[in-house]
Design a protein around this ligand. Structure first.
Ligand code: BJW
Ligand code: ZN
Length: 251
């Protein structure tokens, strides 16, 4: 799809928007080489279902398995670079009156592309903390000569209480950070345009945000190569990848 094929109204909405909210999901990082949450895992991890590893029950049952999976993913992310979609979103922030960026991603690529004040609904791979006392844990500098082998590895022990350090992400069944959720819900309820980019819109409460915006009268634009349950609500569905399409929205 080229810029000429964009619905003209979309560029008008963008230029006249007083408050644009963007909700991103794993699809935004796919073109950086990071598999989406529903892509098949590779190597040792191919026998596991991510939906089952991303739970507090899985960590309690086998901390080394779950910690090893997250360390493997963190090492993958550190090898990857932000792509044209992350960069376009960072650039949009200077072109529109106001932008609130809300992400479900835990990879830190929006921040590395220069987006300030990202609302990270599901936490971060880079901010582990103690499961017992909540003390943040500083990860050692990455040793490129000794990448994680992509296998189970025991989690570090907390310097304060000795319990397990856990990944700083939000698992199924856990509540989202209250301040981040409140700010995201407020942005969805007060924006005049919301763009949902690269998310399957299956996981709640994040998936409620476009629906809140729509109910409050905001225009809804979706960017995704595949249809999702949001299609019927969206004013515009752009069928393509985030890195192909988002740069066309820049002036
Ligand atoms: C591209 C592309 C390209 C590909 N360009 N696009 C209501 C009903 C039923 C269940 C629930 C409900 N409300 C809550 C729940 C339970 C649960 C939930 O939603 N379950 C669903 C599966 C139904 N939610 C929770 O548990 C949440 N907590 C909660 O509700 O607390 C309150 C509570 C607590 C206790 C009891 C009761 C209530 C917490 C959710 C936390 C989600 N965490 C994860 C893991 C994070 C850590 C990690 O990464 O390991 O977050 S799950 C996983 O899904 C991850 C993602 O952020 C999240 C969303 O996935 P996303 O980003 O949409 O990725 P994909 O892979 O699904 O889709 C990628 C999309 O990109 C696809 O559409 C592609 O087509 C597209 N694409 N290439 C553009 N190049
Ligand atoms: Zn502790």
């Amino acid at each position: 799809m080229t810029k000429d094929q964009f619905p003209p109204a979309l560029l008008d909405w963008l230029r006249t928007s007083k408050h644009l909210a963007i909700l991103t999901g794993a699809g935004v990082s796919q073109e950086s080489g990071i598999p989406t949450f529903r892509d098949a895992l590779s190597g040792f991890w191919s026998r596991f279902d991510p939906m089952q590893l991303a739970t507090p029950e899985a960590f309690d049952a086998d901390p080394s398995l779950v910690w090893g999976w997250y360390e493997w993913r963190r090492s993958q992310v550190l090898e990857c670079q932000p792509n044209a979609a992350h960069r376009a979103i960072a650039e949009l922030a200077v072109q529109v009156q106001r932008l609130t960026l809300i992400t479900q991603n835990v990879d830190g690529l929006h921040e590395r592309a220069g987006s300030p004040d990202v609302l990270c609904l599901h936490g971060s791979l880079h901010r582990p903390y103690c499961r017992a006392c909540g003390e943040p844990h500083r990860l050692p500098q990455r040793d490129a000569s000794r990448p994680p082998k992509g296998q189970p590895m025991p989690p570090p022990a907390c310097a304060s209480c000795g319990d397990h350090i856990r990944p700083g992400v939000v698992w199924f069944g856990e509540v989202l950070p209250a301040d981040i959720w409140t700010a995201s819900e407020k942005a969805a309820g007060s924006c005049d345009l919301l763009m949902s980019v690269g998310t399957s819109s299956l996981v709640y409460p994040a998936a409620a945000l476009p629906r809140i915006a729509h109910r409050k009268g905001a225009k809804l634009v979706q960017i995704n190569p595949e249809p999702t349950s949001l299609d019927p609500l969206a004013d515009v569905n752009l069928r393509g990848t985030a890195a192909q399409l988002l740069p066309h929205l820049l002036r």
